[in-house]
Design a protein around this ligand. Structure first.
Ligand code: AMP
Length: 307
C-alpha cells in the first residue's frame, strides 16, 4: 500500500560522548522514509531543501526507492539545519541550533500521484505544513500518523493542537507527552492526548522502549538492550518509519497488528543508534532485520502459570 511521508530533510551536526560529526544528512523525513523503505517499495517524500543540499544525498534517497518528486529545492536558500549534543546519559540532549532556513516559508506541494495514498506519515516539522498536507490529499488516508517535538509545543501550541485533532495516531516521546498534557504519569498523559483527537497514542521512552495506548488497551514494547549506542539522533523518526512502513505493508490497522508495528519500529530504532546519523539504516539487509525481529520475540516471550 502506498505511503506518503512529510518531514524535514536536513543537515545535522551531532555530538555524542563517542564522537562528533560535521553537517551530515538528517531530518525527520529522511529517517522516516529510509526506515520505512525496508517494508515498502512505494514511498513518497514531501519536503524542502536549499540549493546547498548535495545531489548525492538525494540520490541516496532514490536508491532506497523513495520518490522525491515532492522535495522542493529552493534556489538562493539554505537547508534546514539542526545541531544537537548528547549528555553522558544519552536520553538527555541539548539542541544547540535550529535554523529553519528553507522550512520557514515552506508551502508543501502534494504531487497528484501522492494524493490517493492510504497511509500518511506526518514526520516532525511545522504543524501548519503537516495540516496542509492532510488537506491537500484527494481523499482522507486510511491512517494518518504524526510525530512532533517540544520545539513546536514551545512556539506554536495552538497550531499543533489543531493538527493533532486531525490524526489517528500520535507518536511522541515521554517528556514531550508530559509537556503536551501537563500530566506527569504517562498513563494520564495518554488519556489527555487521546482527548485531543488521536485514537492511538505511542509514547517512546528512549532506551526503555515504547508504550501503545488505544481502544482502552496498552501494549508495552521493550527497547533491545544494547551494549553500545553511539548516536540516538533520529531514533524516534526511525521508529515511526518502521511503524507505519509495517502497517502499510500489511495493510491491517487493528490494535493487534499495531503491536507488531511497534515492534517493527523498535527493531529499526535499535539499528539506528548503532552508528552515527543515517549510517546504519542505509546499509541494512532483510536478513539482519528478520534476525532482530527474532531477538525481540525471544526478549518478550515467556511461559508462566498463575500462582
Ligand atoms: P529525533 O532524534 O527522533 O528527535 O530526530 C532528530 C532529527 O529531527 C534530526 O535529524 C533533525 O534534523 C530533525 N529535527 C530537529 N529539530 C526539528 C524540528 N524542530 N522540526 C523538524 N525536524 C527537526
Amino acid at each position: 500500500m502506498g505511503l506518503t511521508v512529510v518531514g524535514t530533510v536536513a543537515f545535522d551536526a551531532i555530538e555524542t560522548p563517542y564522537g562528533k560529526t560535521d553537517k551530515i544528512i538528517g531530518g525527520a523525513g529522511t529517517y522516516v522514509a529510509l526506515s520505512a523503505s525496508y517494508f515498502n517499495k512505494d514511498i513518497n517524500l514531501i519536503s524542502v531543501v536549499g540549493e546547498d543540499f548535495p545531489q548525492d544525498y538525494l540520490d541516496l534517497l532514490k536508491k532506497h526507492n523513495i520518490d522525491i518528486n515532492g522535495i522542493q529545492i529552493k534556489e538562493g536558500e539554505k537547508t534546514f539545519f539542526w545541531k544537537g549534543k548528547y549528555h553522558k546519559d544519552m536520553n538527555v540532549r541539548d539542541t544547540l541550533a535550529t535554523e529553519l532556513n528553507s522550512l520557514e516559508n515552506f508551502d508543501p506541494v502534494v504531487p497528484s500521484e501522492y494524493q490517493n495514498t492510504d497511509y500518511l506519515m506526518l514526520g516532525n516539522l511545522t504543524p501548519l505544513v503537516q495540516r496542509q498536507v492532510i488537506e491537500r490529499m484527494k481523499k482522507r488516508p486510511k491512517l494518518i500518523v504524526m510525530d512532533t517535538m517540544n520545539f513546536w509545543m514551545d512556539i506554536m501550541l495552538d497550531e499543533l493542537k489543531e493538527t493533532i485533532s486531525m490524526v489517528d495516531v500520535i507518536s511522541i516521546n515521554d517528556e514531550e507527552a508530559q509537556q503536551l498534557s501537563g500530566k506527569n504519569t504517562l498513563v494520564k498523559a495518554a488519556k489527555v492526548i487521546h482527548a485531543m483527537g488521536p485514537k492511538y497514542i505511542i509514547i517512546k521512552k528512549g532506551e526503555h522502549g515504547a508504550l501503545l495506548f488505544g481502544e482502552g488497551k496498552v501494549f508495552s514494547a521493550p527497547a533491545l538492550p544494547l551494549e553500545y549506542a553511539f548516536d540516538p539522533t533520529g531514533a524516534g523518526d526511525t521508529f515511526a518509519g518502521g511503524f507505519i512502513g509495517y502497517l502499510a505493508k500489511t495493510n491491517d490497522i487493528s490494535f493487534e497488528n499495531m503491536k507488531n508495528a511497534v515492534i517493527a519500529g523498535s527493531v529499526m530504532a535499535s539499528f539506528n543508534v548503532e552508528k552515527f546519523g543515517t549510517e546504519r539504516i542505509v546499509e541494512l539487509t532483510e536478513k539482519e532485520i528478520n534476525e532482530r525481529i527474532a531477538k525481540f520475540v525471544e526478549l518478550t516471550t515467556f511461559n508462566m502459570r498463575k500462582i
